[in-house]
Structure formats: C-alpha cells, structure tokens
Write a protein that binds this ligand. Structure first.
Ligand code: DHK
Length: 147
C-alpha cells in the first residue's frame, strides 16, 4: 500500500516555527517516525512539502495511479483553497486531513477547513503524533476496504 504524505506552507519550518504552538519536532523527525510506522504496517510512504499552492496541486495530481491514500496537512491553504480540494477530489485518492494543532480551538479563521468535506477522516490536535495516528488509521481503513 502506497501512502503519500503531503505538507504545505511553512511546515518545512517545524521545530523552530512557533514551537509553543507547533511543537519541537521537525518535519524530518515526523518523516523518520512515519517510515518506521509504515514499515511496521507493511506500507510505503512518500513525502513532499511545498510552500506554493500550485506545487501542492501538481503533487496531488501526481498521486493519481501512484498512491493508494494520502495524509495531507495543507497548512494555511486548508482554510482557503478550493483549488486544493478540487485537486484532491479530481484524483480520487482517499486522504486524511492532519493538523498538529486543534484548529477548532484556534482563531476563527482557522476553524473552517475547505478540505474536510472531501476527507476520509480529519485528525487534529495531537501534535507530531497525529501523523502517526493518521497513518495507522488510514492504512487500517484501506486494508478493510480491500479485504
Ligand atoms: C498548520 C498551519 O500551518 C496552519 O496554517 C493551520 C496547521 C494549522 C496545523 O495545525 O498543523 O492553521
């Protein structure tokens, strides 16, 4: 099972970016842990991070036929990008929307997600651990569907 892990703007700065909000784990730490968990689950993971909306959309388009599922933290585009949701719907790859923070407990402009309505699941508020939890959940769900 191939899982794409896609991160959006400023998530390349995790570890030093507002650590009181986003934690101390770097994106590299998160990816390292996901590789271990994927190995345990018998899944393959592929990572990408882009700051630009267009690059993220290109990466989503590239998932068609190449990924069975995806974890996506679109960063601030989560709250604004109909274009990213359209791309996700277009490729028809099941995805889990992941956020480090509980977006529903933050500023009003972060409490709405453009992507959630198209997501298989949404997981937020567990910090870096959320990616691992989301990977476990998505792999279990995809395995159940293909059984
Ligand atoms: C990450 C971001 O970069 C923010 O723009 C979102 C999200 C929240 C997170 O919690 O992972 O509002």
């Amino acid at each position: 099972m191939r899982i794409a892990v896609l991160n959006g703007p400023s998530l390349n700065l995790l570890g030093s970016r507002e650590p009181q909000i986003y934690g101390r784990a770097t994106l590299g730490d998160i990816e390292k842990r996901l590789r271990v968990v994927a190995g345990e689950l018998g899944a393959e993971v592929e990572f990408a991070q882009h700051n630009g909306e267009g690059e993220l959309i290109d990466r989503i388009h590239a998932m068609r036929g190449n990924a069975d599922g995806a974890l996506i933290n679109a960063g601030a585009y989560t709250h604004t990008s109909l274009a990213i949701r359209d791309a996700l719907v277009a490729v028809d790859v099941p995805f889990v929307e992941v956020h480090l923070t509980n977006i529903f407990s933050r500023e009003p402009e972060r409490r709405h997600s453009m992507l959630a309505g198209a997501a298989t699941a949404v997981l937020c508020g567990f910090g870096a651990l959320g990616y691992e939890l989301a990977l476990r959940g998505l792999v279990a769900k995809l395995a159940e569907q293909s059984a």
